[in-house]
Design a binder for this molecule. Structure first.
Ligand SMILES: [Zn+2]
Ligand SMILES: [Zn+2]
Length: 341
């Protein structure tokens, strides 16, 4: 097998030497090509950014007004020192992309974070054929298999209605970029009013401005009388859990929406009343489907259950190797999101 280093791992991130750019660098560089606006992929401090236009509003919030950001639409190609660079939908959150890199007929695809499950708040995942496919493995174990999203939204609707009947406010914790808006888009908005935590509200507005259909929401801080909260749904980032911030709602029930809620221990550690298994990452089956459809000669596994997925792929006729990056799970970087407002 011929060894290629068109995209290689460095101490700053994935690097394309030929084009002198980095993909999702975690230390400051001159030119950063970025897959999506989550904190573990979009870092401040780079000189120049190239981001998918569809997610540009989120990148701006994450990076601040000073950052030098260029945008490029899905499917368009830029040529950087002879290297063709294009973005393709990753289905993970609004504007999330896989980065396709081509030089002298050799194609790499850096998929960032992705999912195949339909999500009305993100463009559907596109299969990109390549010689070298870089994949995540956040939920790279056979135990992780998601149920259809409609089923999860029914669970959330039922929980909200039941809380209403009991005179309780429903507080759902969800990541402020992507998960929160996916919930608001998918729940039954006729049940009641929806309020947002400050971190969520600002990003929700960016989603609306980007054309995503979302119900009306009101920022919790703008509420004058606590009576307004009666029977409502509050959408907040996980970091608000266990804080003074919750006191204002009086009697309430808490829920957490995350792929990790599939594991009972995780629910207990989070100490929430309800866990909803809703993930913005590929489950085991989706990982296999994405990898198979890339038809790559080599698969690189970057974060999550790396050794497990690498071993499984090698035992099943795929050439796979681990690639240890700094990408993590959004959950671990949640504080950064909240700091950003
Ligand atoms: Zn992500
Ligand atoms: Zn990530």
């Amino acid at each position: 097998m011929k060894r290629s280093t068109l995209v290689k791992l460095t101490d700053r991130g994935l690097y394309c030497e030929q084009g002198d750019f980095y993909i999702d660098p975690w230390l400051p560089v001159k030119r950063a090509v970025v897959t999506h606006a989550h904190a573990d992929h979009t870092y401040r401090g780079n000189q120049d950014y190239l981001v998918p236009e569809e997610g540009a509003r989120l990148s701006r919030i994450r990076l601040g007004d000073e950052a030098k950001i260029s945008t490029q639409k899905y499917g368009e190609t830029a040529t950087i020192d002879g290297v063709k660079v294009s973005f393709h939908p990753a289905g993970h959150v609004l504007g999330s992309a896989q980065v396709r890199v081509e030089y002298k007929g050799e194609v790499w695809c850096v998929s960032g974070d992705y999912k195949l499950m339909p999500d009305a708040t993100a463009a559907p995942y596109e299969f990109v054929k390549c010689h070298h496919f870089i994949t995540e493995a956040t939920f790279g174990l056979p135990i992780y298999r998601w149920q259809p999203t409609e089923f999860i939204f029914e669970e959330i609707n039922d929980w909200w209605r039941l809380n209403q009947e009991k005179g309780k406010v429903s507080v759902i914790f969800a990541y402020s970029v992507g998960k929160s808006q996916r919930i608001m888009n998918g729940i039954d908005r006729s049940i009641g009013k929806i309020f947002t935590h400050g971190a969520v509200e600002r990003l929700t507005e960016a989603y609306r401005e980007s054309g995503v259909d979302l119900p009306d929401t009101k920022y919790v801080g703008a509420v004058e009388s606590k009576k307004e909260f009666a029977g409502s749904l509050i959408v907040a980032p996980p970091s608000a859990h266990g804080s003074q911030w919750l006191k204002r709602f009086g009697a309430h029930s808490t829920g957490f929406a995350s792929g990790w809620m599939m594991v009972r221990g995780a629910r207990r550690r989070k100490a929430v009343d309800r866990g909803f298994v809703l993930s913005d990452h590929a489950d085991w089956t989706e990982l296999q489907t994405a990898i198979k459809n890339a038809e790559a000669e080599t698969v690189y596994v970057t974060h999550g259950f790396i050794p497990e997925l690498v071993r499984w792929l090698n035992e099943n006729g795929q050439h796979a190797v681990p690639l240890k990056t700094n990408y993590g799970d959004e959950e671990e970087k949640e504080e950064l999101i909240t700091d950003n407002g």
